[in-house]
Write a protein that binds this ligand. Structure first.
Ligand SMILES: Nc1ncnc2c1ncn2[C@@H]1O[C@H](COP(=O)(O)OP(=O)(O)O)[C@@H](O)[C@H]1O
Ligand SMILES: [Mg+2]
Length: 255
């Protein structure tokens, strides 16, 4: 398979995110069983796994939306998610709840105000972002009138309004048609080219093959694979099926 702009060799090996032994219980059920991961600066990292595997829960822990029972974290060189560190992080949740009665431009302005960006600079950034995500024609329309693909694109613009060093995207291509998926993938590659590190959750294997430098697979709350895309010897689908079939709930090889 032809890979687009995958420059693994050029990525410096500097850790931007490291998770060690994350344990998280929700409603009495242990959801994450010792998840460990490392993401390098400048790479696109795909976090794969079947539905319900623990991808969103892991992301919520990293972002401080859930508190694990035990873990070690290093993000942007800090063991804690301080206010300063948060300013360098972007996040697009899955099925973003958007205020439907704001226009696209108003929505970006609303989100930009959380980051102490001077007013004029914020308006300039919004112009650039709207152009980047191809929503010039819809910037003054209410989000209630946006299609799924348009909502996904404005959600992505919102996630990078603070020019983050690392951006977390939870299922950014889910529910999109091929045109929408291509646009989101191109945007992710553009962000990478600008030096942004991207961590995204997905269960779409072909998207990982085409744009990621590195991937990990989570299954029943355990990491069952973690490697460079360029080190795959066969297809990701075959590899995915192989590692998933080996792991049963509560047992299996954890790496
Ligand atoms: N708030 C919650 N309370 C109880 N169980 C939860 C909660 N949130 C998620 N879960 C369960 O945790 C597991 C992992 O969920 P999630 O991290 O959303 O998976 P993924 O994002 O990989 O699809 C699922 O079995 C889900 O039902
Ligand atoms: Mg999820």
């Amino acid at each position: 398979m032809k890979k687009i702009n995958t420059t693994t060799e050029e990525v410096p090996s500097i850790s931007i995110l490291s998770l060690n032994n994350v344990y998280k219980t929700l409603s009495g059920k242990e959801i994450l069983h010792g998840v460990s991961l490392e993401v390098l600066t400048g790479e696109i990292f795909g976090f794969l796994g079947p539905n319900g595997a623990g991808k969103t829960t892991t992301m919520k822990c990293i972002l401080g939306l859930l508190e694990p029972e035990a873990w070690e974290l290093q993000i942007l060189g800090s063991p804690e998610l301080t206010r300063e560190i948060r300013h360098h992080i972007g996040f697009m949740p899955e099925n973003t709840y958007l205020y439907k009665y704001l226009t696209g431009r108003e929505f970006l302005r609303f989100n930009g105000k959380f980051f102490d960006i001077p007013k004029e600079e914020l308006e300039d950034r919004i112009d650039t972002l709207i152009q980047k995500v191809g929503l010039e024609h819809a910037q003054d329309k209410l989000l209630a009138q946006y299609s799924k693909g348009m909502l996904q694109r404005i959600g992505l613009a919102q996630a990078i309004i603070n020019r983050p060093k690392i951006v977390f995207l939870d299922e950014p291509m889910s529910g999109l048609d091929p045109v929408g998926r291509k646009m989101v993938k191109d945007l992710m590659l553009e962000l990478k080219a600008e030096g942004t590190t991207i961590f995204f959750n997905t269960h779409i294997l072909s998207d990982v093959e085409s744009i990621c430098d590195h991937f990990a697979i989570i299954h029943f709350g355990k990491i069952v694979a973690n490697q460079k895309v360029s080190d795959l010897t066969g297809t990701l689908e075959d590899y995915f099926m192989e590692v998933i079939s080996k792991t049963k709930e509560g047992i299996g090889d954890v790496i």
